[in-house]
Design a protein around this ligand. Structure first.
Ligand SMILES: [Fe+2]
Length: 336
């Protein structure tokens, strides 16, 4: 029986990989779009008005951002160190696709990647030019300089499909990443490659990517369904006749592109108490925009709550970049 020996819940966003002055490159985009916050949508100026009493001007001053940045780098270092110490044989990642592989022609709810290998490579010049400011600068944390091939985990992927059938999940199946030549991306989505590059430090073990459509309505799974998905994957791992030591990661979040510390703290509390109820009770309209990626934490919780593993949060840093509260809350938990 395969054993889960490490559990990781982690943010993976660009602000982890860029300096505070580069965070500010995102401000023009922040000002342009409408943002989900606590179940409603607002524009930038409405958010400033709404959050006037939260002192976010001081929180997003360059000195404050630098303190948050330094703490994040230390926590990423701790996460990588934990990975090295535990040294799992294989990895299962609950991640998502952000229009990197799947586009408007088809957006599956849950996809199991069953390929022998996962390709990944640098962008060409034209694709790089399509990246918005503040994102381009973070690419080093998601992409290699040369095309690489990472090992997949097809044996476990097939077991997840079988357990999915038994558990009444209708899953999508992929043997190689969908490739759209007009897209800004090709290869493995960032929610997986951030783990490869910054947690595994490029010593990538065979990995099973489980892709959830966290972002794009109308077929985002409910919180409860994400939890059940994680439980189903735990059964597939437990039934796997193998002596391999497995890491399980939930990759994404925390609240963004507008920070909501309430929802982030709800996650820390529920995970510390191994309590699925507050997670499963989260309504769809609280899991929108980047915050939607917390669905991957819920699936990881479904997979990990039944294990003996435990551990503390490595950090929580609400990395504000404006007085409107835009930015990304960075959080990490490691269970050993
Ligand atoms: Fe993301």
């Amino acid at each position: 029986m395969a054993e889960i020996v490490l559990g990781i819940y982690t943010a993976h966003g660009p602000q982890l990989n860029t300096t505070p002055d580069e965070w500010e490159l995102r401000l023009p985009a922040d000002r342009k779009r409408r943002h989900w916050f606590k179940g409603k949508q607002y524009d930038f100026d409405e958010l400033i008005e709404l959050r006037r009493d939260e002192n976010l001007g001081a929180e997003s001053a360059i000195e404050a951002m630098q303190v948050r940045y330094d703490a994040c780098q230390e926590a990423v270092g701790s996460l990588a160190e934990t990975w090295r110490e535990v040294s799992p044989d294989v990895c299962v990642i609950f991640g998502n696709d952000q229009r990197e592989c799947f586009h408007e022609d088809i957006t599956p709810m849950f996809t199991v990647f069953g390929g022998e290998t996962l390709d990944h490579g640098p962008l060409n010049e034209e694709q790089e030019q399509r990246l918005p400011p503040g994102i381009l600068q973070s690419e080093w944390a998601y992409r290699p300089h040369d095309t690489v091939t990472y090992p997949g985990l097809p044996e476990l992927a097939k077991r997840v499909m079988e357990e999915g059938h038994r558990s009444r999940f209708d899953l999508s199946w992929s043997l190689h990443w969908p490739h759209n030549p007009d897209a800004w991306h090709h290869g493995t989505p960032h929610s997986f490659t951030w783990i490869f590059r910054r947690v595994m430090e490029n010593k990538v073990v065979p990995t099973l990517p489980l892709i959830c459509n966290t972002f794009f309505p109308p077929n985002q799974p409910t919180a409860t369904r994400c939890y059940e998905f994680g439980q189903m994957v735990a059964r597939a791992i437990a039934d796997w006749d193998s002596d391999l030591r497995v890491a399980v990661c939930g990759s994404g979040g925390m609240s963004h592109f507008v920070i909501n510390t309430e929802i982030d703290q709800l996650f820390f509390k529920a995970i510390a108490e191994r309590d699925p109820e507050p997670l499963c009770a989260l309504p769809q309209d609280l899991l929108m925009d980047g915050t939607s990626e917390l669905r991957n934490w819920i699936s990881a919780a479904g997979c990990l709550f039944g294990t003996e593993l435990s551990g503390d949060a490595l950090t929580y840093q609400p990395c504000y970049r404006s007085e409107a509260g835009t930015g990304t809350a960075q959080g990490m938990i490691a269970w050993t």
